[in-house]
Design a binder for this molecule. Structure first.
Ligand code: GUN
Length: 281
């Protein structure tokens, strides 16, 4: 039977400490979020980010743009926020409407305000084995969970399913920097289960329900499920067949309550860290 990795509880502890630190600041940190378009899930995510920020004493500014907004409109908002000293972190919620070039948008955020850690400067720092201004939130949350449960990374074979810029790609570099042996699998990977069966740490970030079945999990593996999918009955579920994998795993994250709360926790921590860098604290 696996030990449950309770992200919800770990995030709460981290955020309690963060809230104590923010309490003593005269000038509070400020997070700006740009949301463009009508994506229902994005609206829910942005609301929960705003709510969490406010609970912690972090100021939040949400800038809403319509589905038919232009590239220029988004870039202008970013220029304004880049030059506004009262704003410490800028997050552009993804996905963006199809007419928008998301890559250019992310590149225009000042790297010191890149609270999502997605700017090529920050990703490049990670790729070079250096410290970025901010680490991408979900990978940072996963590493913190492993640390919290005293799960060693060095020398382990970490297998990641998914190569997105938000999760798989940066996580692969961060685990490599922690001396794991890393394999990244994706939609073109052949013999996926043969590879996952070798994983000491198995991370699924594919967004596909029931992708990771029991027989793909090595005995004693640490299983981290980043997927957020819906079951037929509307309930949330991850990528992993939880009840199939759980008897084999040594540790496993639930969905919900595993990685998700850690992502938002990292975002808050990143806002505070950028505030400290910008204010030379
Ligand atoms: N969309 C889904 N997750 C994220 C995230 O962590 N950051 C941003 N900017 N957009 C997202």
């Amino acid at each position: 039977m696996a030990k449950l990795i309770e992200g919800k509880i770990v995030a709460k502890k981290i955020l309690e400490n963060l809230s104590d630190e923010i309490l003593f600041l005269e000038k509070k940190p400020c997070l700006a979020v740009i949301i463009a378009g009508d994506d229902a899930a994005s609206k829910i995510y942005v609301n929960s980010k705003k709510k969490k920020a406010e609970e912690l004493g972090i100021k939040s500014v949400v800038i809403e743009l319509p589905q038919n907004c232009t590239q220029q409109e988004i870039l202008e908002k970013i220029y304004t926020l880049n030059n506004d000293d009262s704003v410490n972190g800028i997050l552009v919620q993804l996905p963006l409407p199809p007419q928008i070039n998301a890559k250019e948008v992310v590149e225009k955020i000042h790297p010191l305000k890149d609270v999502d850690g997605l700017h090529p400067y920050n990703l490049g720092q990670i790729a070079a084995g250096n410290k970025p201004h901010a680490y991408p939130c979900t990978p940072k949350g996963i590493i913190r969970l492993l640390e919290y449960y005293d799960i060693s990374i060095a020398g382990k074979h970490a297998v990641i399913i998914g190569r997105s810029n938000l999760v798989g790609r940066p996580l692969s570099l961060m685990l490599l920097n922690e001396n794991a042996t890393v394999t990244v699998c994706h939609s073109k990977t052949k013999n996926l289960s043969q590879i996952t069966q070798q994983a000491d740490i198995l991370v699924s970030a594919a967004g596909q329900r029931n992708l990771v079945k029991a027989d793909m999990v090595k005995d004693g593996a640490v299983v981290i499920d980043v997927g957020i999918n819906r079951q037929e009955d509307g309930k949330l579920c991850g990528d992993v067949d939880f009840w199939g994998a759980e008897p084999r795993a040594s540790y496993i994250t639930p969905v919900p309550g595993g990685v998700g709360p850690m992502t938002i926790c990292s975002l808050m921590q990143n806002t505070f860290d950028l505030y400290k860098i910008q204010n030379k604290i």
